[in-house]
Design a protein around this ligand. Structure first.
Ligand code: CTP
Length: 402
């Protein structure tokens, strides 16, 4: 659940008193909570309690001009990874089933493109009523997930089904809803390199490149989501490494090579780093000074180890080795030649010429080149590219073709 965001809609029921505990538990798992309070929910718990525990403001009206200007309700429902309704009253269930949008909560539920999990809570007769059961069937048909209700004594003195599931049970349901059902890379170890390398000239200067590490980071996260154990060998990237992977931070190409070697054996390796091709021989251990002659220093450069070529020929070579080919012209021809030269199985070829905006941008357009030919993927976000690649790696390692 680390790094995930839950949009938590709190309806009006006595079990709303359990919501502060639910927020605590969700946050303890590393997820963030955006609380939304309905007007009737505010009769049972206060905006102050929710916002203090969530560490974020509570959203409670559709008509707040400030909040609508800063973050519209559509955005609010889309920024989340999962929408949770707890307690989900009979009224809220009816609204969702009918697609009503007459307050903030129902509007968010109609506008979201994320999975929705509801924790119903109501009097047993309301729960058993054919109207509620009809609504429940509609919600399930629409793909809405449910947790509870439990049987037990009710606040109204009756006994039966209708008590909201306990916060621990709701958290378990949230975890399941967030985790892709299939984790086909469980038990597999994958090495991912990412980011640029820095090649020192002296203690304060270095040679680098414009790689942000965004694509490699997204690939590591996607592999992790499919259950892989990921060794993430990263140069000094500008994006933060993902949670839930083993991060091995390096600076130079030579360090990256050593780290990859130490991380073997692995089932697969994805070399997404923009490794510097050369380093300065005998980098100075003191800051270099101008000598007054007006002549710039002449650097002797030496080639760095080619990590992709090396791992492709290593004794304990992973079953699948994937490289990237960042090219500015004749992309497919260069990438095809590069795959053969380096000996990897697949090459993800991409055009990094400045007009594409790919280097440092959020999108990528790749062509997957393998021994069966070149397959052009549509331009999409780097996360989506990562997801597709992770699925392909899983299928390959499991002996399937997709
Ligand atoms: N690569 C590597 N080690 C290097 C250089 C590159 O592992 N020393 C890997 C990259 O991570 C990438 C692939 O090789 O997966 C291709 O990188 P690219 O920079 O496109 O290729 P170059 O080796 O620099 O080839 P060229 O000089 O022909 O562009």
């Amino acid at each position: 659940m680390h790094g995930k965001r839950i949009l938590l809609i709190v309806g009006g029921g006595i079990s709303a008193y359990k919501i502060p505990q639910l927020i605590r538990l969700i946050r303890a798992q590393g997820a963030a909570v955006t609380p939304v309070l309905t007007a009737s929910g505010a009769q049972f718990t206060t905006p102050m309690t929710l916002s203090v525990l969530a560490g974020e403001p509570v959203h409670d009206t559709l008509w707040d001009r400030n909040s609508e200007a800063e973050i519209g309700h559509i955005q609010l429902s889309r920024n989340a990874d999962l929408v949770v309704v707890a307690p989900a009253t009979a009224d809220l269930m009816a609204k969702i089933a009918q697609g009503q949008a007459n307050d903030l909560a129902s509007t968010l539920l109609l506008a979201t493109d994320k999975r929705v999990l509801i924790a119903p809570a109501m009097n047993v007769r309301m729960w058993d009523h054919p109207a509620t059961q009809r609504n429940l069937a509609t919600l399930k048909d629409d793909g809405i997930l449910t947790v509870g209700p439990d049987n037990g004594d009710m606040a109204c003195g009756e006994y039966g089904a209708g008590r909201m599931a306990e916060p621990e049970t709701i958290v378990a349901a949230i975890r399941d809803a967030l985790t892709p059902a299939a984790r086909p890379l469980t038990g597999r170890h994958v090495i991912v390199t990412s980011g640029p390398t820095h090649e020192p000239i002296d203690p304060v200067r270095y040679i680098a490149n414009r790689s942000s590490g965004a694509q490699g980071t997204a690939i590591a996260a996607a592999l992790r989501d499919l259950g892989a154990q990921v060794s993430f060998v990263t140069g000094p990237a500008t994006v933060a490494p993902p949670e839930g992977v083993s991060v091995i931070a390096v600076e130079t190409a030579r360090q990256m090579h050593d780290a990859v070697q130490a991380a073997l054996p692995a089932d697969a390796a994805v070399m997404a780093a923009a490794v510097a091709d050369w380093h300065v021989v005998g980098a100075s251990d003191r800051k270099m000074k101008k000598d007054g002659s007006g002549q710039p220093p002449a650097f002797e450069m030496a080639e760095n180890p080619d990590i992709l070529a090396w791992i492709s020929h290593a004794d304990d070579r992973p079953d699948l080795v994937v490289g990237f080919a960042a090219e500015t012209n004749d992309v497919i021809a260069h990438a095809t030649a590069k795959r053969l030269r380096k000996g990897c199985d697949w090459i993800m070829a991409n055009d990094v010429s400045p007009p594409t905006g790919i280097m440092g941008g959020s999108e990528n357009a790749v062509t997957l080149i393998s021994d069966t030919g070149a397959e052009e993927w549509p331009r999409m976000g780097k996360d989506a590219v990562a997801g597709c690649l992770a699925e392909r790696i899983a299928a390959h390692l499991n002996g399937k073709t997709i």
